[in-house]
Design a binder for this molecule. Sequence first.
Ligand SMILES: [Fe+2]
Ligand SMILES: [Fe+2]
Length: 274
Amino acid sequence: MTPSKKRAVEAEAAAGKAKVRLAGIADLHCTKTAQGSLQPWFAHVNERADVLMLCGDLTDHGLPDEARTLAKELTAAVRIPMVGVLGNHDYESGQQQEVEQILCDAGVHLLDGETFEAAGVGFAGVKGFAGGFDRRALEPWGEEIIKHFVRESIEEALKLGSALARLQMPKRVALLHYSPIRATVEGEPLEIFPFLGSSRLEEPLNRYPVSAIFHGHAHHGSPEGKTSRDTPVFNVSVRLLQQRFADQPPYRVVDLPLDPPLDSKKGQGPGDQL
Ligand SMILES: [Fe+2]
Ligand SMILES: [Fe+2]
């Protein structure tokens, strides 16, 4: 089936549904020897969700062997569409392109400023970067290396903005590894807040509104927060979910209500509702 035909079939299937169920997980930190240990997490994901979102730190040290193990775990269990972003750990060994290719071959649509559509929802994703929050965010001032550091956050935010601008779907979701807000890193030591995310990532999310934002990286943060424009933000780090929802598999399922069919909306266009 061609990609456009597949999208049309998915959109048609989504049109008959009242909601889309999004499952988010981050910080799997898959090691080479993890085979068999992750599969049980995903045993019922196909019945519980319509799309699985993987929000970075998929491998522990960014090694191709770790990615191969994860690919086997995912392909053995997951049959719903998979979309994701890489995290800082996936860059550790400088082999992120190979890691990406292995996961891509396993059916994971990895986003680095690209977009993806599944089940009637448009996804935009970037890894993001650090830098701190709000009025305390690091500014590009002084030494060249500080300017370079801040430029990295700005570039990730620009990449996210241009991906969001290209999404024409009425329902849009953003995936990140680093947090765009302070609220979902709360619980971590205060000293490391600036390394866990950047408010610069929130700017494009306010300019191009989305229905929900998912991220990881803050293993001991808070599961939920909101942007300054009230968009829900979910920290779906495995360690955090295991701590807070011990009786559930370590992914978070969020229901995204879909708009009613156009003919029942009396004149509203497809982009009028979020
Ligand atoms: Fe992590
Ligand atoms: Fe991380």
